[in-house]
Every structure is written in C-alpha cells, then in structure tokens.
Design a protein around this ligand. Structure first.
Ligand code: NAD
Length: 250
C-alpha cells in the first residue's frame, strides 16, 4: 500500500483477468480510482469483488466504438476526467504461414490494433495535461515467434503507435509508453496451449529461451505499469519497456 497515485483516475481495458487485473489491484493499492472493462459481465463481477474498493466495472468490447463511448461517458459522468489509461485488452491466436485465414487476420487486428487505437483516441477529451498512457505490446513485436505472424504484427503496430502518439500528444504533456511482456502466466495461454503435450513443450521452450528460466507473474508486469503511470517515470515517454526475463534482450 502506498500513495503514488493518490486521487488519480485510471481506465484499464481487459482489467478483469491476467495482467489487467493485477494492474488494477496495484493501482488501487496506490490510491487510484480504477474503471476496468471486459467483455463478460460475470468475469467482471468476480474481478470487482477481488479488487474490493475504488473500482467500477464496465462491460464492453474494445473493438466496438459504441461500447467505448459508453465507457468514457460513464467515466465523465462519475469522475469528470481521466489521468491514466492502460490499453491492455488483447487476444493471442497463432497460425502457421500457409494456414492463415482472413477471419484469423481480421479478428486479431480488430481487437489488438483497431481496439487500441480507438481506446486511446476516444479517451483524449477526458485527459488532463500531464497524464500517462500505457500500451500493452509484446516481445512478439521484435522477435520471430513461430506461427505468430499476425499476433506479432499487431503488437509491432502497437509499439509504433507509442512512438507516433508520443509526438502527437506532447503539447498536452501526456506521456505515451509501451510495455512488452515476455511469457507471463495468465489465462491467455488457455486458448493457445490446448493439450498437455503442448504445455510441456511450452515450458521446455521457456526454460531454454528465457534467461531467467521461468514465466513472469502478472504482478511483475503490474509493477512496471505502476512505474510508467506514476511520477517516478516523469521524464520517460515513447519507450518500450520490456518485462521479459531477458528473452528479447539477448
Ligand atoms: P488475459 O486473457 O488474462 O487477459 C486479456 C484481457 O483482455 C481479458 O480481460 C479479456 O476480457 C480482455 N479482452 C480481450 N479481447 C477483448 C475485447 N475485444 N474487448 C474487451 N476486452 C477484451 O491475458 P493477459 O496475458 O493478461 O493479456 C493482456 C495483454 O497482455 C494482451 O494485450 C496480451 O497480448 C498482452 N501480452 C501478454 C503476454 C503473456 O505472456 N501473457 C505477453 C505479451 C503480451
């Protein structure tokens, strides 16, 4: 418990699970009031009771512009403004080149790229000067991960957004940074790894490729988002901060 974000208003998309949920807990514990979003009301309700206080859940899909309008209208009606935005919601689906369908491509770009763009653009009128926007990219943006061409391309787009928006928003003193997690132990792998053999192979790969030899925890990412959201990072903008146990650094 601390007070690094005392009185700050934050929005976290995909705040009901994994990295988003851990970040919501961190931000609330540092004095922030947090709006979390997620697609399913049931999961949102479970997350709200886990976080406990100073949190509101708003059901919605980040790729649906009307849902985003509803989210930000609620923030405006309840709090009047926004200081911190963590554009975190995203999906991971893999397919080898040669078997990529149009649906696979459209689905991942719709959520991971269009969703992030409009999540940020529609939040801008609510921002006070001096706010912080954090985008969740991935080491996939800079590594060749087998069968991940579409997912990794979406994350390269997200990393690029952070560069452009750093310049676009500098006159409003809004800092924009990207984080790039390595393998973090969250439910996202539920869809990717469908059987025990795949899970075993995945663990073996991690031991071999991550210098620290293990997955990261969602809270290890949340601590980094807190740093970028708070005044501790007041002279940092436009960066990609890796939280990857060294994976993309060697
Ligand atoms: P997760 O599946 O636990 O969380 C994803 C969250 O995004 C969920 O809350 C889900 O409801 C939400 N979401 C997905 N699609 C959405 C949509 N259309 N509208 C609204 N919400 C939506 O997984 P996570 O690992 O916590 O993933 C969070 C972010 O971290 C993602 O952008 C992911 O690409 C990124 N990431 C994760 C890892 C990892 O190893 N776990 C590594 C690098 C990057």
């Amino acid at each position: 418990m601390g007070n690094k974000l005392e009185g700050k208003i934050a929005v976290i998309t995909g705040g009901n699970s994994g990295i988003g949920l851990a970040t919501a807990k961190r931000l609330v514990s540092e004095g922030s009031y947090v709006f979390i979003t997620g697609r399913r009301q049931k999961e949102l309700d479970v997350a709200l009771s886990e976080i406990g206080k100073n949190v509101v859940g708003i059901q919605g899909d980040v790729s649906n512009l009307e849902d985003l309008d509803r989210l930000y209208n609620t923030v405006r009606d309840q709090k009047g403004h926004l200081d911190i935005l963590f554009a975190n919601a995203g999906i991971a689906q893999f397919a080898p080149l040669g078997e990529i369908s149009e649906e696979h491509f459209d689905n991942i770009f719709r959520i991971n790229v269009k969703g992030v763009l409009f999540t940020v653009q529609k939040a801008l009128p609510l921002f006070h000067d001096g706010g912080s926007i954090i985008l969740n990219a991935s080491i996939g943006a800079s590594k060749g991960v087998e069968e991940a061409s579409v997912y990794s391309a979406t994350k390269a787009a997200v990393r690029s957004f952070a560069r452009t928006w750093t310049v676009d928003l500098r006159h409003r003193k809004i800092r924009v940074n990207a984080i790039s997690p390595g393998p973090i132990d969250t439910p996202i792998f539920g869809n990717l790894l469908q059987n025990e053999k795949q899970r075993e192979q995945f663990k073996k790969n991690i031991l071999n490729t991550v210098p620290m030899g293990r997955m990261g925890s969602p809270d290890e990412v949340a601590k980094v988002v807190l740093f970028l959201a708070s005044d501790d990072s007041s002279y940092i903008t436009g960066i990609e901060l890796f939280v990857d146990g060294g994976l993309a650094q060697i």
